[in-house]
Each structure stands twice: as structure tokens, then as C-alpha cells.
Design a protein around this ligand. Structure first.
Ligand code: NAI
Length: 393
């Protein structure tokens, strides 16, 4: 094993590796943590990443851990090339021990790929949301899946509140009018409302959902509702004045605004489809920053077109990057507005990147040293789900 580890780590380098002017001796530590292959799939940052080193989640800035990893003799491969059998992701995965991915540019780790990665022991999600990994297959193979829980939940909650406001207040068409050089107040005011007095609900009242409720309370909504099989502690629900509704159809039928804050799993995939949309109040607003595939793309676009929905906003897509022809790029409500879609970035503010890069490093450090991981970060432990958030099991 040490000979192949040596080959993997050092044989390909023509020059001795340098760190801070020091030559790194190509020695192998004979403990289990020596010479691991760590593969990271990150997004390409381009000029922005060269100019802004705090864009840590990019292939250019590599979560800021290359020197640290290499100084310990690990091999660190970073790529954004993730689709198809010839992608760097799929080729390098075959003998990687650790895989780091982000939800923003997800390396989709399917059951098939897991079967082709016999050395894989740990998947780290730099961020929150590990649905791009086949978690059931990870359970079976005893591959641990960890994420940096909490690292960007405030970032997303702020984005949710912003998205609700921009839909309800009809902001995007108003701004576009200004850029066009026009000025016709009635054209935008005809579909602009106050958030005060509306009924707002979150599907999923975990870390993000609860933060959204906390941030919405000062707007004096008529009511705050939530739907979640894990009820909030009584004190917490009381603090934000939120009422739980146990039936999904009954829940959505009461809402002016729905915000989706549940993970993507078997129980939420395609949950918001034409059937459920029929039960929404006509002209409701829908914000989804959780995962694109929770909503049916075509059904949402059709609901906007028919007036069943007045607006849809979010940053998550069923395929990422979203293809040019994706209906969510262009869909509009009956008045030509109601679209608040952006690329997946709510959870990757510079503040969030600092937190999830530091959290990723901590998880790796624990792994290398055989120390216990922060329980809240463990989605899949050795052979079982540790989280209660990925569906009732
Ligand atoms: P969390 O684990 O704290 O809370 C999730 C909640 O959803 C739990 O209370 C769980 O019981 C509930 N839930 C699960 N299935 C449900 C169902 N079928 N119906 C109702 N509730 C259900 O997770 P957190 O931190 O709040 O994140 C939630 C999700 O948000 C992540 O899994 C991820 O997909 C997404 N996210 C998006 C980001 C972005 O940049 N757009 C960044 C971070 C997270």
C-alpha cells in the first residue's frame, strides 16, 4: 500500500514539492492517514476567483487547503469537470479515499459511481445539502457523508426573505422598467402588495426554515405556519408565533406565500407538482431555495402561466448548471413578471464560504486524526443515517 501511495503522491511530480520555501521530503508516514487521495469538485471561478481570494469554493482557490493537505503528504485533486465517464471527477474518483463536493456545482455521486470507487470512505459536502450523493448507497457501502451543518443557513434565510419581498412587491419588473427607460407606475403597482397581513408558511422548519420564521415575524404577517414531520420544540414555535399544520394540502391551501426549506430526498422529490399546486391559493407566491427537484419544473412554469402562481423565486435548479433552455429562466406570470430566479448562490456568500471552508478543514482534520466528528455534521455515519432530516426512516 505504501508503494502505491508513494506513486500516487509523488511519482508524478518532476520537482520536489515545496512549501514556504521548504522542500517536502517524500516520506510516507506509516499510519492509516498517510498519503490519501482527496478529490474535490468545485465550481470554476474564472477572473473573479483570481481577483477575489475569498471565493474559497472555487477550483482556483481550492477551499484554501492545498498547502495544508500537501504538507501532510496527501494528494489533492481539484476539478470542475464532472460530467461523463471521461470527466476528471469520474476518472479520479476510482481510487480516491475522500471526496469533497459542493451543492453549488454538484458532483453527482450515483450508486454506479460508488460501485466504481472501492477506496472511497468519506464524502464531505462543503456547504449544506447532500442530496447529490446517493445516500442510501453510501449507507450500504459504509461511506460516511458529512456536511458543514449550519455554515450557510443564515445566508439562505436572508435570501429567502429577500425573494419573498421581491415577489410580493413586484420588484423585478419595476427595476426592468427603469433599465428600459420607461416610467409607468400603474404597470408595476397593479401587482405589488405588502407582506404585512399575509399568511406565510415554511415546508421544513429546521435551521433555515426556523431562521426564516424568525426574520418574517417583524413583518406582522397574518399568520406563520409550518409543515414538518419533526415538530418544533414548543418554546421555539411560541417564540416565532408559528402554528404547525399536519396535512400538506390543508397547509398549502392556507398560504399566500410558501417557502421550501426541506432537504431533497425520496419524500420531497417532485413533491410540488401539478396535483399539489391545484391546492394552492390562486395567485400564491412560491420561494424555493432548498433544491430545484422538489418542485416540478414544467408544472411550476405552467402554474405561473395560468395565474395559479403569481410568482416563483429561488436559486436552486433540478440540473446545475441549468441549461440555457430551462423553463425557469424565462417563465413569467400572466402580467409578464413573477420570476425571481438566480443561479445557485444564496448559500455561497463570501461570509458563508469562509465558514464552510473552515468547516471542511475541521472535518478532514478530525478524519485524519481519528477524532470524533461534530454529531450535527454527520448525515450518514458508518452504515446508517445519523440525521432525522432526510425523511422519516
Ligand atoms: P435541517 O436539517 O436543519 O432542516 C430540514 C428540515 O426539513 C427538518 O426539520 C426536516 O424534518 C424537514 N423535512 C424533511 N423532509 C420533510 C418533508 N417531507 N416535509 C416537511 N419537512 C421536511 O436543514 P437546513 O440547514 O435547514 O437546510 C435545509 C435544506 O436547504 C438543505 O438540505 C439544502 O437542500 C438547502 N440549502 C440550500 C442552500 C442554498 O444555497 N440554496 C444552502 C444550504 C442549504
Amino acid at each position: 500500500a505504501s508503494a502505491s501511495a508513494f506513486k500516487r503522491n509523488f511519482a508524478s511530480s518532476a520537482k520536489p514539492r515545496m512549501l514556504n520555501g521548504r522542500t517536502l521530503a517524500p516520506t510516507i508516514n506509516h499510519n492509516n492517514s498517510a498519503g490519501m487521495k482527496i478529490l474535490a469538485v468545485l465550481y470554476k471561478g474564472g477572473d473573479a476567483a483570481k481577483q477575489e481570494p475569498r471565493l474559497l469554493g472555487t477550483v482556483e482557490n481550492q477551499l484554501g487547503i492545498r498547502e495544508w493537505l500537501e504538507s501532510q503528504g496527501h494528494e489533492y485533486i481539484v476539478t470542475d469537470d464532472k460530467e461523463g465517464p471521461n470527466s476528471v471527477f469520474q476518472r479520479e474518483l476510482k481510487d480516491a479515499e475522500v471526496l469533497i463536493t459542493t451543492p453549488f456545482h454538484p458532483g453527482y455521486l450515483t450508486r454506479d459511481l460508488i460501485a466504481k470507487a472501492p477506496n472511497l470512505k468519506l464524502c464531505v459536502t462543503a456547504g449544506v445539502g447532500s442530496d447529490h450523493i446517493d445516500l442510501n448507497a453510501a449507507v450500504e457501502r459504509k461511506i460516511q457523508v458529512l456536511e458543514v451543518t449550519g455554515s450557510n443557513v443564515t445566508s439562505v434565510a436572508e435570501h429567502v426573505v429577500m425573494s419573498i419581498l421581491l415577489l410580493v412587491r413586484n420588484f423585478v419588473p419595476a427595476h426592468e422598467m427603469i433599465e428600459r427607460g420607461d416610467w409607468q407606475v400603474s404597470e408595476v403597482a397593479r401587482n405589488a402588495y405588502d407582506l404585512e397581513g399575509k399568511v406565510i408558511g415554511t415546508l421544513g422548519a429546521g435551521r433555515i426554515g426556523y431562521r426564516v420564521l424568525e426574520r418574517l415575524q417583524p413583518f406582522n404577517p397574518k399568520e406563520l405556519l409550518y409543515y414538518d414531520y419533526n415538530p418544533l420544540p414548543e418554546e421555539a414555535a411560541k417564540k416565532v408565533g408559528a402554528r404547525r399544520v399536519e396535512d400538506l394540502k390543508e397547509f398549502v391551501s392556507q398560504l399566500d406565500v410558501l417557502t421550501v426549506n426541506a432537504p431533497l430526498h425520496e419524500g420531497t422529490r417532485n413533491l410540488i407538482n401539478a396535483d399539489l399546486l391545484k391546492h394552492f391559493k390562486k395567485g400564491a407566491w412560491l420561494v424555493n431555495t432548498a433544491r430545484g427537484a422538489i418542485c416540478n419544473a414544467e408544472d411550476v412554469a405552467a402554474a405561473l402561466k395560468s395565474g395559479q402562481l403569481n410568482g416563483y423565486a429561488g436559486d436552486v435548479w433540478n440540473v446545475q448548471p441549468a441549461p440555457k433552455e430551462h423553463p425557469w429562466r424565462y417563465m413569467k406570470n400572466t402580467l409578464g413578471g413573477g420570476n425571481g430566479m438566480v443561479p445557485h448562490y444564496s448559500g455561497t456568500t463570501l461570509d458563508a464560504q469562509a465558514r464552510y471552508a473552515a468547516g471542511t478543514k475541521q472535518i478532514l482534520e478530525n478524519y485524519f486524526q481519528g477524532k470524533p466528528q461534530e454529531p450535527a455534521n454527520i448525515i450518514v455515519g458508518l452504515g446508517k443515517y445519523e440525521t432525522k432530516s432526510y425523511g422519516k426512516r
